[in-house]
Design a protein around this ligand. Structure first.
Ligand SMILES: [Fe+2]
Ligand SMILES: [Fe+2]
Length: 307
């Protein structure tokens, strides 16, 4: 019989405690202020009477700017994400300690990126603030109703943000930006490890239900900022630049995590688990075809642009 959500939370609690301990030993303390070139800063218009932002202030290429905005707005929506995981995982015991620790670490990401962008005048600060207001006011509500689905989602999502941050840094062509985003990406990687290990433990407790949750999430996965106004166009720019695209999503996010869970080597699944695994395999096959087509089209576009 499938375990209930309460049973799963209870059975996973010691795993959470162990993972928390491992996380605290591995995570390195770091300071956002050390990653911002404050001496480049100058006053803006307004009470300080400086100069308003203009396009020529930014040294960053357009795709990196677009990606930084998407990444920052996503980080900004932390209160909504906190609400979602605090509601599902609870705020007591080891689960609660993790929820709060994770929230504190994530809060640093938005702070550091915003300071960096403002001081270096990399993006329009007025547009950015308006976008933040709009995005946070629309909030975020997860599509996933169960704890296992949410665990599966965050396992992939933390890795996806790691890749997106790291590749944005590379695309920026700016040493400081790259250093900051690599530092944030290292945090995201540890978050991914935490959730991935928890879900691995869930596979031991209830393989069929866990397999179902993984398939549900993989087949419907959306990036966390997908409700940002204008996201589709921004995502196209980001994909065209190779910062985050379906190829990377499959090769660097979905497949490595699925491999760690050894989903295709598992024995002893019941009919429901087998069914879910077949759906997953079918989906991955289709995604591989779509990803290959996307890359081929992008190559053609790039070749045409080179003339
Ligand atoms: Fe983050
Ligand atoms: Fe994270």
């Amino acid at each position: 019989m499938a375990m209930t959500q309460t049973q799963l939370l209870h059975e996973l609690e010691p795993v959470v405690a162990g993972e928390l301990d491992r996380h605290e030993k591995t995570a390195k303390e770091w300071f956002p202020h050390e990653y911002v070139p404050w001496s480049e800063g100058r006053d803006f218009d307004g009470p300080y009477g400086g100069e308003a932002w203009q396009e020529s202030d930014s040294k960053l290429p357009e795709p990196a700017r677009v990606s930084l905005i998407v990444n920052l707005l996503t980080e900004d929506n932390l209160p909504s994400y906190h609400h979602e995981i605090a509601t599902t995982f609870g705020r007591d015991g080891a689960w609660g300690t993790w929820v709060h620790r994770w929230t504190a670490e994530e809060d640093r990401h938005g702070t550091a990126i915003r300071d960096y962008l403002t001081v270096t005048r990399a993006v329009d600060p007025v547009k950015l603030e308006r976008a933040r207001m709009a995005h946070m006011q629309s909030g975020f509500i997860t599509d996933y109703g169960t704890m296992l689905q949410q665990l599966a989602y965050v396992s992939f999502q933390e890795l996806a943000t790691r890749i997106a941050h790291r590749n944005t840094g590379t695309a920026s062509g700016d040493e400081g930006c790259e250093r900051l985003l690599a530092r944030i990406a290292a945090d995201e990687n540890l978050h991914m490890l935490f959730y991935r290990n928890l879900l691995k433990a869930a596979f031991e407790l209830d393989p069929d239900q866990t397999m179902r949750a993984v398939t549900d999430v993989v087949t419907t996965f959306q990036m966390p900022g997908s409700n940002i106004a204008g996201f589709t166009r921004m995502a196209m720019t980001i994909a065209h630049e190779g910062i985050y695209d379906l190829r990377l999503h499959l090769d660097d996010v979905l497949l490595p995590v699925l491999r760690q869970w050894a989903v295709f080597d598992k024995t002893g699944l019941g009919p429901e688990g087998e069914q879910a695994r077949e759906e997953l395999a079918e989906f991955l096959k289709r995604t591989e075809e779509t990803a290959a087509r996307f890359v081929a089209r992008r190559e053609e576009r790039r070749a045409r642009a080179r003339g």
